[in-house]
Design a binder for this molecule. Structure first.
Ligand code: CAA
Length: 380
């Protein structure tokens, strides 16, 4: 067992850390205030290879492993969780889904652009009545011979307004239940596709989250991913990897908030000494660090399993469940360590506390992760 990062891992960590400090940090508070999508930064992340980290270079990707992906996600999330979720959805839901389950034509046409950052992707599973209960899809895609006719509404879609290509899950045969669900590649410019209102959110306000409406959108047959009826399994399999990305995002939020609290405690004085010299603060830092390390081991183990061809459905659910809880708890404590300043935007930790909450909700709530974990345990 080797817990050391390789030379390549250290290099990608330094590149992501440097990018986060120089390109993401300067405007992060303003983007959060204005709910502004970091378009320029996303473009630069494409140039750096961050938008298709695990994709084979023959499709324009960086050809890296899942450990590298976790490292990049953590570094970006330490500074700007809005930017990192854009990266996460594009990498582990859209690019991974297409590379693993798409056919050669779909990869040539779509993946090459998504992996280089030339185009951005979104993953559309959630609906007004199908969040955790993902098999209850109301969006329909009726087989019309050479195309499907897509109708319905998708909710809370990350990259909803900014994406070019959308992976849309829809019911093609209600009688078959989850076996009558399919996944389709939909282009933004197609007639009948309408981007609804942008959500005004508690956190990750720089990412753009929309409702999407599909009104008689004609989807060519060749844009279905996989065999007929593969859509629900496609979503589940893709989300297993997505959960590693969100776990890494949560880890980054926690690590970033912890570092700010630690540094602040070394300069802020109370009762005649730096507050880190008070056991009340020192013990908080010890607890934060301990929990973050525990979460990191789960996240890295899950990524390692993915890299080694081991089933990671349960480990990614465990990593996300733990890391998101740690992100929430650590960011709350980081605000507490900062006292009054913690409540002020300029000190960053209040934003991190707001951003942390979504990691317990998207790509499967904490309760859904417990379903996945308990079912895996009982099946074995
Ligand atoms: N791999 C392969 N197949 C899987 C699977 C997996 N990981 N998980 C489930 N399946 C299969 C099951 O084997 C079953 O197939 P069979 O009948 O052939 O055996 C089928 O899928 C249905 O599975 P379940 O009976 O377990 O389904 P369920 O209705 O009980 O729901 C659930 C299971 C885990 C709760 C699932 O609905 C779920 O994960 N819900 C949460 C959805 C989610 O994560 N949404 C996030 C939206 S995307 C997002 O947030 C992106 C973003 O913008 C950031």
């Amino acid at each position: 067992m080797d817990f050391n990062l390789s030379e390549e891992h250290l290099m990608i960590r330094d590149a992501a850390r440097d990018f986060a400090r120089t390109e993401l940090l300067p405007g992060v508070i303003e983007r959060d205030n204005k709910q502004e999508f970091p378009a320029e930064q996303v473009k630069k992340m494409g140039e750096l290879g961050f938008m298709g980290l695990m994709v084979d270079p023959k499709y324009g990707g960086s050809g890296m492993d899942a450990i590298s992906y976790v490292i990049v996600m953590e570094e970006l999330s330490k500074v700007d969780a809005s930017a990192s979720v854009i990266v996460s959805v594009n990498n582990s839901l859209v690019c991974y889904g297409l590379e693993t389950y798409g056919n050669e034509e779909q990869k040539e046409k779509y993946l090459t652009k998504l992996a280089t950052g030339e185009a951005l992707g979104a993953f559309c599973l959630s609906e007004p009545e199908a969040g955790s209960d993902a098999t209850s899809q109301q969006t329909t895609a009726i087989d019309m011979g050479d195309h499907y006719l897509l109708n319905g509404t998708k909710n809370w879609i990350t990259n909803g307004g900014s994406a070019d290509y959308y992976l849309v899950i829809a019911q093609t045969d209600r009688e078959k239940g989850h076996k009558g669900i399919n996944a389709f590649i939909v282009e933004k410019t197609w007639e009948g596709f309408e981007i609804g209102p942008k959500e005004d959110k508690l956190g990750i306000r720089g990412s753009d989250t929309h409702t999407l409406n599909f009104n008689d959108v004609k989807v060519p047959k060749e844009n279905r991913i996989g065999e007929d009826g593969f859509g629900f399994k496609f979503a589940m399999k893709t989300l297993s990897g997505g959960r590693i990305g969100i776990a890494a995002q949560a880890l980054g939020i926690a690590q970033g908030a912890y570092e700010l609290a630690r540094d602040y405690s070394k300069i802020r004085k109370a009762f005649g000494t730096e507050i880190c010299n008070h056991q009340a603060i020192a013990f908080k830092l010890a607890d934060m660090h301990l929990e973050i390390e525990a979460a990191r081991h789960l996240v890295m183990k899950s990524a390692w399993e993915k890299d080694n061809g081991i089933n990671y459905d349960m480990s990614s659910a465990m990593a996300k469940l733990k890391a998101s809880k740690v992100a929430m708890e650590v960011s709350v404590e980081a605000v507490q360590v900062h006292g009054g300043n913690g409540f002020v935007k300029e000190y960053h930790v209040e934003r991190m506390m707001r951003d942390a909450k979504i990691t317990q909700i998207y790509e499967g709530t904490s309760e859904v992760q417990k379903i996945v974990i308990s079912r895996s345990l009982l099946r074995d």
